[in-house]
Design a protein around this ligand. Structure first.
Ligand code: AMP
Length: 153
C-alpha cells in the first residue's frame, strides 16, 4: 500500500491544463485581477503563447505593484502588464517525477507547475491533491492496524 503511494505518477495527481485558470504575460493587471477574483484562487500560472510557464501571479502581487505612497493607484490596473508584476520563481515538476519529489516541493508552495519533457505546461499539482492521497493512505493503514489489534485481543 505504501509502495502504491510512492509509485503514483505526477500525472495521476495533475489538474489538466484545460481546467487551470491562467493568464499570459501580456494580459493587463486588470484582466488578471478579474480572473483571480472570479476563479477564487489566490495565485494562478502565467503561460506564454507557446504554452511555457513564465511565472505566477497573485492578488497580493497585483496590489503591491499598484501601491502608491499614500494610496492604492487603481487607475494603474489597466496600463500595467502581468509580466511587470508576476513572480518568475516558479516551482516546476516533470511528468516523470515521483510522488516523493512532489511531496517535498509542496512543502513550500501551494501548487506545482507540471511540465512535459519539452518544458511545456500540462497542468498543476496542488497541495490538496497530495494531502488527499496521503490521507486516504493513512486512513486505510489506521483501519488495517485497528482490525489486526482487535482480532488479536
Ligand atoms: P488547493 O490545494 O486546492 O487549495 O490549491 C492550491 C492553489 O493552487 C490554489 O490556491 C490556487 O492558487 C491554485 N489552484 C488550484 N486549482 C487551480 C485551478 N483550477 N486553476 C488555477 N489555479 C489553481
Amino acid at each position: 500500500m505504501f509502495q502504491e503511494l510512492l509509485e503514483l505518477s505526477v500525472l495521476d495527481l495533475t489538474t489538466d491544463v484545460n481546467k487551470v485558470a491562467c493568464v499570459t504575460p501580456e494580459n493587463s493587471l486588470e484582466h488578471a485581477l478579474l480572473v483571480l477574483v472570479k476563479s477564487g484562487y489566490s495565485a494562478i500560472p502565467v503561460l506564454d503563447r507557446s504554452g511555457v510557464v513564465q511565472g505566477t501571479i497573485s492578488k497580493t502581487l497585483i496590489l503591491d505593484s499598484i501601491l502608491g505612497l499614500e494610496r492604492i493607484e487603481f487607475e494603474q490596473l489597466g496600463a500595467g502588464k502581468v509580466e511587470d508584476a508576476m513572480n518568475r520563481d516558479v516551482t516546476r515538476i516533470r511528468v516523470g517525477d515521483g510522488f516523493m519529489r512532489a511531496l517535498e516541493l509542496a512543502i513550500n508552495t501551494p501548487f506545482l507547475c507540471v511540465e512535459d519533457d519539452d518544458g511545456r505546461f500540462v497542468g498543476i499539482l496542488t497541495r490538496s491533491s497530495i494531502l488527499t492521497r496521503v490521507h486516504r493512505f493513512m486512513r486505510a493503514e489506521t483501519r488495517g492496524a485497528n482490525r489486526s489489534s482487535s482480532s488479536s485481543s
